[in-house]
Design a protein around this ligand. Structure first.
Ligand code: GAL
Length: 768
């Protein structure tokens, strides 16, 4: 997907691509490095360079990124004497080794700017300033060390640290957030103002809603940044994509990492965001020479309205920004010789020569896409095969290590699997009774309990934290085998000491409560442990690797836990992105042709966090937060799972699922994602373009109104005024065409010239 995504980024007006480096993927076991396939960072940077773009290398190697363990390999946790992200020799040695390795590889490939390469900035650490306080003095000396270590790499380009107010010089501190404020400045007045993470939307968690951030608001944030003298801003994310494999962190970060980014999870344009920002980039760059002179004057026109003038004294050329940070009031601003402007609430206008509006962040002229899913045009009947996860050893207590303690999960698995079996046995006499309660205090995230080879119950944490498992179990007199399968769903990735957040049944207690509340505490029993599933160890997920071929179609079980399913399918024809609908499944992990397409958990239903609601409409005005503009409450957190075309063969493909809770694979189907509807929304005086993209045709106009239409694409409504000919004008101009363009003016729709102060707007919704 890289070349296509990079080209779309370039076409969108970006001139640099920023990426993190993920230590856990490159060094999954200590000293064992991987840079092949998707991990080929050199190829990635070369692809960026071939596209004619610059690159920003964020090594970290702590990266946060909603990534499993923030990008740290879990083996690091098990190094004796280690303390993460502080002045600790064991940690620093490993961090330096990995950083040096990446820098050396980049040097060898001539990737740094002075070598003729694309990389113009490099980052060390990540937002340490946000969480450093609890680390005390050791944190301060650590950040000094980070800077020294980075600078000693001699890469010939600046190093940056984000959110680090005390960045040791010459490291430049940069900003992250939804906005930058006028007051935000790097700690050295000579440093440029740079914004490493402009959050274009927000990530999603299992059980949490989808976040959307309006194009108007992202554009507003960007324009304000340049108005205040910013020189570089990076969208986090421009393309968020998919958390394949077990890369999602959290806990409870979903497999989709769409982020409402300008390029969606599948690499399709997220319109109008992509196009609205593209226009903004063009206009800002048109003034680049003037803006970088940094001779700025800001004038308060009225409360919340700032007129900023950039002057290039050598040429006498000027460029202005006019911003309105009121969250409600649209304004008509008179600037004397500089003109008269309609300035919507929460918007910024860009004025060429300080007297001609060339862009306003709230006046979106780019069309909106509503995507749709289309059933596959090939193969809709699948032949399902299955096999049970072999449980015999786990259910009879056979593990690979034994101890009298309840161990911490990630330390025990060293990150090799989401799954860890905790197994013990207990002698029950008649007086205890056969119907007991199993009580487990666990730090999460999911727990399945088996007693005497029988599955008793499952439970999980609602948000990924610790929870108490308390379920009835049936016992017998004599020796009982107890096998508890604990599953993690992404390790913590953010916060002071996040690396120490415990997982699994560590410490317990694990208790059985019998007749008359008689309690047996099993916490210091002899526990044996088994890391991972047998199916994982035997590579059931990859037909080419697995030697176990015992799949059967007989008595295909539905709603059966701990089950592997397999089918083959043909790729849907064409090039549109492919998704698989896993709505009928419970929880597990899916693979296509041996490539993981991530964890699935469609039975997790999205709910707004306590005290918040999902919204029907999202008002772009006012500060965006991660609790604003949430949608999809009441729906499965994630129903559709992306299968990149590059994972697919034209003919024969294999989908393999591991189902942990119980699901029905016969409902699974493959679909493609395309643009279903396009909407346009444009002010009088502009040109509205509608296009279904290559090969698509406009087949119907569902809505058209010129006046003061309300709502957004998918839910437009007429306002108090509406020109009568609008629909027929649109039908004549657009039906049956791939694209059409409309001159938005009263005369186009049969009105005599408008005399109102507020310009009229055209809203259109068309079917592709
Ligand atoms: C920042 C962090 C990023 C990402 C982002 C939220 O704090 O640097 O890696 O986690 O938040 O998406």
């Amino acid at each position: 997907m890289w070349p296509d995504l990079i080209n779309k980024a370039k076409e969108g007006g970006l001139d640099a691509i920023e990426t993190y480096i993920f230590w856990d993927f490159h060094e999954p076991n200590r000293g064992e490095f991987h840079f092949e396939g998707n991990l080929d960072i050199i190829r990635f940077f070369k692809t960026v360079q071939q596209a004619g773009l610059y690159a920003i290398l964020r090594i970290g190697p702590y990266v946060c990124a909603e990534w499993d363990y923030g990008g740290f390999p879990v083996w690091l946790h098990n190094l004796p004497g280690i303390a993460f992200r502080t002045d600790n020799q064991v940690y620093k040695d490993e961090m330096q080794k990995f950083t040096t390795k990446i820098v050396d590889m980049a040097k060898q490939a001539n990737l740094f700017g002075p070598q003729g390469g694309p990389i113009i900035l490099a980052q060390i650490e990540n937002e340490y300033g946000n969480i450093m306080k609890p680390y005390g003095d050791a944190g301060e000396s650590y950040i000094q060390w980070c800077a020294k270590m980075a600078l000693s790499q001699n890469i010939g380009i600046p190093w940056i640290m984000c959110q680090q107010d005390d960045a040791p010089q010459t490291v430049i501190n940069t900003h992250n957030g939804f906005y930058t404020s006028f007051d935000w400045k790097p700690n050295n007045p000579k440093s440029p103002r740079m914004w490493t993470e402009n959050w274009t939307g927000w990530f999603k968690g299992w059980g949490l809603p989808t976040h959307i951030r309006a194009a108007e608001d992202v554009a507003y944030a960007v324009a304000r940044f340049y108005q205040f003298g910013g020189v570089l801003q990076n969208y986090y994310m421009y393309h968020g994509g998919t958390n394949f494999g077990r890369s999602a962190g959290g806990p409870y970060i979903s497999t989709t990492y769409d982020y409402d980014a300008p390029l969606d999870e599948y690499g399709l344009l997220n319109q109008p965001k992509w196009g609205h920002l593209k226009q903004l980039h063009e206009q800002i760059k048109s003034a680049e020479k003037i803006l970088t002179k940094q001779s700025i004057t800001h004038k308060d026109i009225q409360n919340g309205v700032v007129f900023s003038t950039f002057m290039d004294n050598s040429t006498g050329k000027s460029f202005c920004f006019l911003s309105n940070n009121d969250t409600k009031q649209d304004l008509n601003i008179e600037l004397g010789k500089n003109g008269k402007y309609f300035l919507p609430a929460w918007s910024v206008s860009l004025l060429a020569d300080c007297n001609k509006e060339i862009y306003n962040t709230a006046k979106v002229t780019t069309q909106t896409y509503l995507k749709k899913k289309n059933p596959s045009n090939v193969d809709t009947q699948f032949n399902w095969l299955w096999k049970a996860e072999p449980l015999k050893d786990a259910l009879t207590g056979k593990g690979s290590l034994t101890t009298n303690k309840l161990l911490e999960q990630k330390a025990t698995t060293a990150g090799a699997s989401d799954y860890l079996w905790y197994m013990t046995s207990v002698n029950i006499d008649n007086s205890f009774g056969h119907n007991a309660i199993l009580h487990v205090n666990t730090t999460g995230h999911v727990l399945h309990a088996y007693v005497n080879k029988k599955r008793m119950a499952s439970d999980w944490s609602s948000g990924g934290g610790s929870f108490v498992f308390e379920k009835p179990v049936t016992l017998k007199t004599g020796i009982n085998h107890l096998s508890l399968l604990s599953a993690t769903v992404g390790l913590a990735n953010y916060g002071s000491f996040f690396d120490l957040v415990p997982t699994g049944i560590v410490g317990g207690p694990v208790k059985l409560i019998g007749n008359g509340n008689a309690t047996k505490d099993l916490s210091s029993n002899e526990w044996s442990y088994k890391i991972g599933l047998n199916g994982e160890n035997k590579q059931f997920y990859d037909d080419r690797l697995s030697r176990d071929k015992k799949w059967t179609s007989e008595e295909l079980p539905l709603k059966r836990a701990m089950t592997w399913y397999k089918t083959s399918f043909k790729a849907p024809l064409g090039n549109d992105p492919v998704v698989v609908d896993l709505l009928s499944m419970g929880k597990g992990h899916a693979w296509v042709n041996g490539h993981s397409i991530g964890r699935f958990w469609p039975t997790m239903i999205s709910k707004a966090p306590q005290g918040f609601d999902c919204t029907e409409t999202c008002d772009y005005r006012g500060e965006f937060t991660d609790k604003k503009c949430m949608i999809d409450c009441g729906l499965p957190s994630q129903r559709w799972y992306h299968i990149p075309r590059s994972f697919l063969n034209a003919e024969d493909n294999t989908l393999i699922l591991f189902e942990e809770m119980g699901g029905n694979p016969t409902q699974i189907n493959f679909q493609t994602v395309t643009v279903g509807k396009v909407c346009g929304n444009a002010y009088e005086g502009s040109i509205l373009e509608l296009s279904c993209g290559i090969g698509g045709k406009i087949s119907a106009i569902e809505f058209a109104s010129f006046g003061d239409p309300q709502g957004t694409c998918g839910s437009f409504k007429k306002g108090s005024s509406d020109a009568p000919n609008t629909l027929s004008v649109l039908q004549n101009a657009c039906l049956g065409k791939e694209s059409c363009s409309i001159n938005v003016s009263g005369t186009t729709f049969g009105l005599s010239s408008s005399n109102s102060n507020t310009p009229k707007k055209l809203a259109v919704q068309a079917v592709c």
